[in-house]
Design a binder for this molecule. Structure first.
Ligand code: BG6
Length: 478
């Protein structure tokens, strides 16, 4: 269904995110027929570029990152006709009048801040000063949303000077991933799971977001962040919330976000021994973390594993183990809900210990798997084995329907539709920082370096210990 006509500005329109994600996502939505009619897509950036050079930039970005659709040359040239470029100074006057002329007042007007957070305030102020911050306007801001509670509060305050909360769309691209949204469908669209979804039946939950890539060319940014700020405070936290939250009464923005916020606020502080941080070392051709960043003595973590406890009626006593890192064995993200053993085995001790595990594979190979215990075939008596009920979405839905849109496609269209359900509210972001800040502060205080782990491994051994000492183990990263 096409969205209403709109004018959209991408500040930082020639930056890396715009090149890799935003322009290709817009193009794919255009090909899908969701963007049509008289729409203006405006790139704004500091660097002087003429309109032809900008179109060539977007053209190249789409050819490289636009997937199969980029082969549709007629569509591509029609798309390029919607583009405009404005040279603009976020901290000065240059370009603002020109931009204001391009943005039509009778349209939905959206402004995507794909720039450093230090510019958010300047952009908001100038949008207001030039009459572009009215009721139909909305702004989109990227992570990192601050680097701690204090800076995130400052950002919220600065944006709130000119925009209402319902106009501010804070992106966490994990929420735009099809399988992440599926978490809610699985939980609240089926009667099967919800009655068991609590500490009475769930032994523990594992959330893994493993990446095989290193910090690559992003060393400058990453070294100032580390895995805790880059992944845990936002993406991992969102996954945890969707798994742990109470059923919202409606699938509506505040109902969902209220429930997520309650989860974050119910998290216990994480103690020293319950968190492990690591940094990758060289292995073969793969370089050492410290050679990829400016500081050869860097103590920034590229891996975090931790045990989180939620102190509420539903989850008291069921740990959530989270781990994420770069340069791990494989790229694999999954959530495993590990159920408790059956209370009594009628088959005797020989039958062994069996438990159901529901695994939600986020990427790659999106799907759901439920481990079920059955009888081992054959005449050998009542021996039990575990078999997977495996639903790989591409098989179950057919390759076409399982060709999921990129997270940014969904999220940008939601901005135009004005639907904030999959965006973070200001209080949610602050609560997440309030939980991560003390962990980061403990590290700074202890001055202990992160634990080394070999590139291509599954992280430091201490991360394994985090579970072993509780008599549990991580699922293998494959
Ligand atoms: C980004 C992080 O937000 O998410 C990156 O800054 C990380 O460091 C990326 O690689 C992971 O996203 P995805 O979609 O590839 O799992």
């Amino acid at each position: 269904i096409p969205v209403e006509p709109f004018d959209l500005v991408i500040f930082g329109g020639t930056g890396d995110l715009a090149r890799r994600k935003i322009w290709p996502a817009l193009f794919r939505r255009f090909v899908a027929g969701q963007i049509e009619g008289d729409v203006r897509l405006i790139g704004a950036a500091r660097g002087g570029m003429d309109s032809a050079a900008f179109k060539e930039f977007v053209n190249k970005a789409i050819l490289k990152h636009g997937g199969e659709e980029s082969g549709r040359t007629d569509d591509l040239s029609s798309f390029l006709e919607m583009l405009h470029y404005v040279t603009l100074d976020a901290r000065g006057d240059a370009g603002w009048v020109e931009l204001a002329v391009l943005m039509r007042p009778d349209r939905i007007r959206a402004f995507y801040f794909s720039v450093a957070p230090s510019l958010f305030g300047d952009l908001a102020k100038r949008l207001h000063a030039h009459g572009m911050a009215d009721d139909t306007s909305r702004i989109v801001v990227e992570k990192p949303f601050g680097r701690d509670l204090e800076t995130s509060r400052d950002l919220n305050r600065v944006l709130a000077l000119h925009f209402d909360e319902c106009q501010i769309f804070r992106i966490d691209h994990y929420l735009g991933k099809e399988t992440v949204q599926n978490l809610m469908a699985i939980r609240f669209g089926n009667v099967l799971f919800e009655p068991l979804w609590n500490s009475q039946y769930v032994d523990h939950i594992q959330i893994t977001v493993a990446e095989s890539v290193g910090v690559g060319g992003r060393g400058d940014y990453y070294d100032k962040s580390g895995a805790m700020r880059d992944m845990v405070q936002n993406h991992m936290m969102q996954l945890l919330c969707l798994i742990a939250m109470e059923p919202p009464a409606k699938f509506d923005p505040d109902a969902v976000r209220d429930e997520k916020l309650k989860v974050i606020r119910a998290l216990d502080p994480v103690r020293g021994a319950d968190v492990v941080r690591g940094q990758y070392e060289a292995q073969g051709e793969r370089p050492d973390y410290r050679t990829q960043v400016e500081d050869p003595e860097s103590t920034t973590e590229s891996f975090v594993a931790l045990k989180a406890l939620i102190s509420n009626w539903r989850w008291a006593g069921t740990p959530f183990y989270l781990r994420t890192g770069k340069r791990l064995r494989d790229r694999a993200s999954e959530i495993a809900v590990v159920f408790k053993d059956a209370p009594h085995s009628i088959f005797g001790a020989d039958a062994g210990r069996h438990r159901n595990i529901l695994t939600i594979r986020l990427q790659p190979n999106e799907g759901i798997e439920l481990g079920v215990t059955i009888k081992e075939p054959g005449p050998g008596g009542m021996r039990l084995i575990d078999v997977p009920l495996d639903m790989t979405f591409s098989e179950a839905l057919g390759p076409e329907d399982a060709d999921f849109p990129d997270a940014y496609e969904r999220l940008i269209m939601d901005v135009i539709r004005g639907n904030q359900t999959l965006f973070m509210r200001g209080d949610e972001v602050e609560a997440a920082w309030a939980w991560t800040d003390p962990i980061i502060a403990d590290w700074a205080e202890s001055a202990a370096p992160p634990l080394p782990y070999v590139s291509g491994s599954s992280g430091p051994d201490e991360a394994l210990m985090l579970m072993h000492r509780d008599g549990r183990r991580w699922r293998e990263i494959k």
